[in-house]
Design a protein around this ligand. Structure first.
Ligand SMILES: O=C(O)c1cc(=O)[nH]c(=O)n1[C@@H]1O[C@H](COP(=O)(O)O)[C@@H](O)[C@H]1O
Length: 282
């Protein structure tokens, strides 16, 4: 039996991890300022020590970790080699991985991104990857199909946490861009009928206020998980998150990076902040 065939769908694995550990994803964002605050050098060795310390500290607490790919890319091939190791060590630690790569391109090129982040045997393959639908939701088809074939998942940007996102995502009147993306994800998740979550998730920031309601996004019916950045450093709290998502709150995976990472480099400092965030989300 191939590895792909033996892996349960991502949505089912995430639902089970959230049920066992709670709805927290810890972002691994090795910003230069954080490396410095931890007494580490802004190079591949500093990146490695930082990232592995985070996985070691929270790998048994969080449902998922989310390495921010840009912060590895800025170190070139040495940084990407570290990312490969982080993904492998995380898998060994039993925590799900979401590569925050925000990829999106015309279909033929998308197939190559899909091979890299979701392909069986790829050194960069994670349990899920973030995708941008700016070239049209259907341009993501290679990744949607690869995710289904390999038991992996995707999180498609719908309502991002940054204030500038509204200038595109809120446009379109009754058929806003965000609502269109939400409906397309819902249609895609029909292939996962019977699973606790579909494997096609959305990114909706915990900072978007009443936009979910105002734009008429039916996140509960969408069927997939919701990755909600914006906790901590961007100002959102567990209470804000519950108010923002309403009936869809049980499918929300809250994600926080800088707020938790600022607790390092000590293991206890990182765990204390992760546990505090988890308690806030409960
Ligand atoms: O896809 C994401 O994770 C993402 C989407 C979004 O709308 N907003 C957002 O902040 N993110 C990412 O989530 C992380 C947030 O980091 P903190 O603000 O430090 O918690 C960064 O890696 C962002 O790139």
């Amino acid at each position: 039996m191939s590895r792909a065939a033996s892996r349960a769908p991502f949505g089912a694995r995430l639902a089970s991890a959230m049920g066992a550990r709670g709805p927290l994803c810890v972002g691994i964002d090795p910003h230069p300022s954080l490396l410095s605050a931890w007494g580490l050098s802004d190079d591949a060795e500093g990146l490695r020590r930082f990232s592995l310390a985070v996985v070691e500290a929270v790998g048994d607490l969080a449902a998922a970790v989310k390495p921010q790919v840009a912060l590895y890319e800025r170190h070139g091939s040495a940084g990407l080699a570290v990312l490969e190791d982080v993904l492998e060590v995380s898998a060994e630690a039993g925590v799900l991985t979401i590569a925050d790569a925000k990829r999106g391109d015309i279909g033929s090129t998308m197939a190559a991104y899909s091979d890299a982040w979701l392909g069986e045997g790829s050194p960069l393959a994670a349990d899920a990857v973030t995708l941008s639908p700016y070239l049209g939701f259907e341009s993501l088809r290679p990744a949607l199909d690869a995710a289904a074939a390999t038991g992996r998942g995707v999180f498609v940007l719908a309502l991002t946490s940054n204030p500038e996102g509204a200038s595109i995502q809120h446009t379109g009147g009754e058929h806003s861009v965000a609502k269109t993306v939400c409906e397309a994800a819902g249609a895609e998740n029909t292939r996962y009928a019977g699973e606790p979550f579909g494997s096609v998730g959305l990114v909706v920031g915990a900072t978007v206020g009443d936009a979910v309601v105002r734009l008429g996004l039916d996140l509960a019916a969408m069927g997939g998980p919701i990755l909600a950045p914006g906790l901590g450093a961007q100002g959102a709290t567990g209470a804000v998150l519950r108010a923002t998502f309403g009936a869809a709150a049980p499918r929300v995976l809250g994600t926080s990076s800088r707020e938790i990472l600022a607790g390092g480099p000590s293991r206890s400092g990182l765990r204390e902040r992760a546990e505090r965030t988890l308690a806030d989300l409960a």
